[in-house]
Design a protein around this ligand. Structure first.
Ligand code: PHE
Length: 354
């Protein structure tokens, strides 16, 4: 009996895993296990012998069972310790840099312009970049024979061989959005129309695709004075300095009278400073919306009047951020953006702010 005891206790102590423990259990106290077989022999013993051997065997069985259970728990603890040792994570390790993008100057400036005009009650209107020639030209008082059509270096789409409708165009300005908005909403109206426009032109200050924002305010008694105030408010907010404007008489088919608008600036050591000095820089076309344009947009010119203007977003981005070549907007990388101080997009918060 003592032999059995020391044999099994040492086997249990050496068991390597749960499977070994289960084998030992079967081998020792299972139905056909060594202890069980011994218990069967009790019947052949004399009553005196049985009285000694019976309790001893039961005690041995209990002892082996509890040794097995204890070893099982010990093995599970050891396995857990081993897992904890191997599956650790160094939370003090600095994280890898995430690659972050940077907002493009055109997007940034479009946001800035939209925010400033929003403060003056203008909402943002958008329209298609492929336009009918009616919206791009006719409705804006530029009939088929008008020289402005030729001057605009328009990209035309193709029509089928036996389709004699006028071809669509890539819009040459965002003025067609003004027509669409007036048609849809009537007067009064106060909108800006930012977006891409296209002209066949390419040099340091022209690219075939560029960005424009046009503005339109129609009401009962809007005048050129309102136009001048709105533009000076806009440029002052945009450049962060009080900016005077100078209006020069001009001509556009869709406005009467029309004016080119210059902003006050100075050049110091080749550096442009907007809002100071006695130089002037042409930035914008504008005027009072032509009655024929109002009519084309189904607004009664005897009741309503207002101003319109158009300015290049790329151009005012170049002026504000000192970017010398327009073409850089299209073939530049992140280092270029950083050079001009455009930072990574901030992550919007839950509350919608930046
Ligand atoms: N549509 C004109 C252009 O693209 C700009 C403009 C808009 C001028 C409104 C006057 C009034 O050149």
């Amino acid at each position: 009996m003592d032999d059995l005891k020391s044999k099994y206790l040492s086997l249990v102590a050496d068991a390597a895993d749960e499977a070994a423990i289960e084998d030992l259990r079967v081998q020792a106290v299972g139905k056909k296990g060594e202890i069980s077989l011994k218990m069967r022999e009790l019947g052949k013993m004399s009553p005196e012998e049985r009285q000694v051997a019976g309790p001893a065997l039961n005690a041995l069985k209990d002892e082996i069972n509890s040794a097995l259970a204890a070893k099982k728990v010990a093995l599970a603890d050891a396995a857990l310790d081993e897992r904890l040792r191997s599956e650790w994570l160094d939370v003090t390790l600095p994280s890898r840099d995430r690659r972050v993008g940077s907002i493009h100057p055109i997007s940034q400036v479009t946001e800035e312009v939209s925010a400033i005009f929003a403060d003056m009650g203008f909402s943002v209107a958008e329209g298609p970049q492929i336009e009918s020639d009616w919206y791009n030209f006719d409705a804006l008082n530029i009939p088929g024979h008008h020289p402005a059509r030729a001057e605009m270096d328009t990209f035309y789409t193709h029509r089928g061989a036996d389709d004699d409708r006028p071809p669509h165009v890539l819009r040459t300005h965002t003025s067609p959005v003004q027509i669409r908005s007036m048609e849809a909403n009537g007067a009064p109206i106060r909108i800006i129309c930012p977006g891409r426009v296209y002209r066949a032109d390419y040099d340091q200050t022209h690219t075939p695709m560029f960005n424009q924002v046009e503005g339109l305010a129609i009401d009962k008694d809007i005048s050129m004075a309102n136009l001048k105030w709105v533009l000076e408010e806009f440029f002052s907010a945009y450049f962060g300095a009080r900016v005077k404007t100078r209006f020069r008489a001009s001509h556009f088919p869709f406005t009467e009278p029309s004016a080119e608008v210059d902003i006050q600036c100075s050049w110091v050591d080749g550096q442009l400073k907007v809002g100071e000095g006695d130089g002037w820089l042409e930035v914008l076309g504008s005027g009072m919306v032509h009655p024929k344009v109002l009519q084309a947009a189904k607004i009664d010119p005897d009741l309503w009047q207002g101003f319109a203007f158009g300015v290049g977003i790329d151009r005012i981005a170049m002026l504000k951020y000192g970017i010398p070549d327009l073409r850089a907007f299209f073939d530049s990388d992140l280092r270029w953006l950083r050079h001009y101080g455009f930072s990574a997009l901030k992550v919007p918060t839950l509350h919608g702010g930046l």
